[in-house]
Design a protein around this ligand. Structure first.
Ligand code: ADP
Length: 488
């Protein structure tokens, strides 16, 4: 680390089960490296199936007393966790850039964003209510209660090592559920630091358990969590193929599922757009986290009448991005997470060039080598290109010319994905028309940044199930119980 942590006790490498820090019983560990230079930064305990079973037992034992607390009591504990996250924000940000690579300014932003879910759901914990329905007959009174689902499993990705955890754990705990979390093998340190703060906040033993594992053992642990009838719900953020596997594995126990999967976000610039604002929005929607977010735009459609002007302005901005180690001042694009991520961007560029695309800027591995790739813009795009069909998850923006509104909507919807979408227009009728026509869970109009704790985040089609954040976020962790009072 460029600066040692203010609180070195936040650097944890063991797993956190039933309120205690535990080693893998067989002594196995896996390496976590710094994506900026490939150097190992920690050996983390590599837990297995037996540890997952221990965690399930602990979460099950902790469930009854946790749900028996009042919402207000749970709120107070979550609020303490929030306060501790904010008080330790700089250390958490440093750990994140170290293991994930994103620029330190983005890491700092993510800690605040991640903490906002803990604060929000601490507040929401106090606001659970039911209903009294009008009965169709005079003898009955009909009540609806909302109750926690029970033990929940959570599996999270590496692109937001903090926020993807808080966005799941905070609503689960607020609802009265207990959690077993398996963080991504690339970024366990951020997860374990959160566990340490949860412990200090007084989250009781067994209520939050974090088990770390390498990619191989993660698969076995995932299977164990899915197979268990004790685990009532699985919440997952990651790729669509893994989401499908988890859904399949959850069928025998008919688990409730929340799945936040891949996206293929279109970004449409209409002829009546504020062009400079659209360029700014596209920069944020594409190059944040080096293009490694599920809401990153994957394809930019620009009306023919403003295409040249947009391409010129956008390319100039992209060329000005500063690539480097996330700890270096002024860096706006860090390394990609691993070699496979770089290989995918390379493949998408090569495929596009082979099918007639032209490079507006970038297009190659960065001179720094390693996992750094040049921020890239391609023009002369056709729909057959890989980058127009698959999520690139990297710093590549294909810019496509269009002329007709109905046609561009059809192109935008022509994908199995339905997570985020964006468009720029100043015509009110068009704004409603297009927002309604886009088959996406989220639509950004005249903005490239849509996520916050108040918004219901989630996708339609094969981008997933359920919503996170917002007043709806706790519903995913609650069941509805109907009580019928007869003979009244
Ligand atoms: P990405 O492509 O972003 O790495 P993945 O979907 O592969 O996304 O991984 C997201 C999370 O899912 C990680 O925590 C990873 O360990 C976990 N994971 C990957 N494959 C499986 C699997 N078969 N079963 C359970 N968890 C898995």
């Amino acid at each position: 680390l460029p600066h040692p942590l203010k609180d070195p006790a936040l650097f944890k490498t063991q797993s956190y089960i039933d309120g205690t820090w535990v080693h893998a019983p067989d002594g196995s560990t896996f390496a976590v490296d710094n994506p900026a230079n490939g150097k190992p930064i920690a050996q983390v305990d590599n837990m297995g199936v037996a540890d997952a079973e221990n965690a399930i037992r602990a979460a099950n034992k902790a469930f009854r007393p946790w749900r028996a607390r009042t919402g207000k009591e749970r709120a107070e504990i979550l609020r303490r966790w929030f306060d501790l996250i904010i008080a330790n924000a700089e250390d958490l940000a440093q750990l994140m850039t170290l293991e994930q690579g994103k620029p330190i300014a983005e890491s700092r932003g993510e800690i605040v964003y991640g903490a906002s879910f803990v604060e929000w759901f601490a507040e929401q914990a106090k606001r659970v209510s039911g209903d009294i329905m009008a009965s169709p007959n005079k003898a009955n009174r009909m009540l609806v209660m909302r109750e926690p689902i029970g033990v929940c499993a959570a599996i999270t990705p590496w692109n937001f090592p903090n926020a993807m955890i808080t966005r799941k754990v905070a609503p689960a705990l607020a609802a009265g559920c207990t959690v077993i979390l398996k963080p991504a093998e690339q970024t366990p340190l951020s997860a374990l630091a959160l566990a340490e703060l949860a412990h200090r906040a007084g989250i009781p033993a067994g209520v939050l358990n974090i088990i770390t594992a390498d990619s191989e053992r993660s698969i076995d642990i995932g299977k164990t969590l899915c197979d268990s009838p004790v685990v009532r719900k699985l919440t997952f953020t990651g790729s669509t193929p893994v989401g499908r596997i988890l859904m399949q594995q959850s069928a025998p126990t008919l688990k409730k599922l929340s799945l936040e999967l891949g996206g293929h976000a279109p970004f449409i610039v209409f002829e009546d757009a504020d062009l400079d604002a659209a360029v700014e929005g596209a920069m944020i929607a594409k190059y944040r986290n080096a293009g490694q977010t599920c809401v990153c735009t994957n394809r930019i459609y620009v009306h023919a009448s403003v295409y040249d002007s947009f391409l010129e302005k956008f390319t100039a901005k992209v060329t000005n991005l500063k690539v480097g180690d996330g700890f270096t001042d002024q860096v706006t694009q860090g390394p990609l997470i691993d070699d496979a991520a770089v290989a995918k961007v390379r493949e998408h560029v090569k495929d596009a060039l082979g099918k007639g695309a032209k490079i507006a800027t970038g297009g190659k591995d960065h001179a720094m080598g390693g996992r750094f790739f040049q921020p890239t813009v391609l023009s002369d795009i056709t729909e057959e290109m890989l980058c127009m069909r698959e999520e690139t998850f990297g710093p590549l923006a294909p810019v496509v010319k269009f002329t007709d509104e109905a046609h561009v909507i059809e192109l935008a919807n022509n994908t199995e994905y339905g997570l985020a979408s964006y468009f720029y227009s100043r015509d009110v009728a068009r704004i409603f028309r297009v927002a309604e026509a886009l088959e996406y869970g989220m639509v950004g109009v005249n903005t490239g940044l849509i996520s916050n704790e108040v918004a219901p985040f989630g996708g339609v089609k094969q981008s997933g199930l359920g919503r996170e954040g917002s007043v709806y976020g706790m519903d995913d962790f609650m069941e509805i119980k109907y009580v019928c009072l007869g003979g009244m």
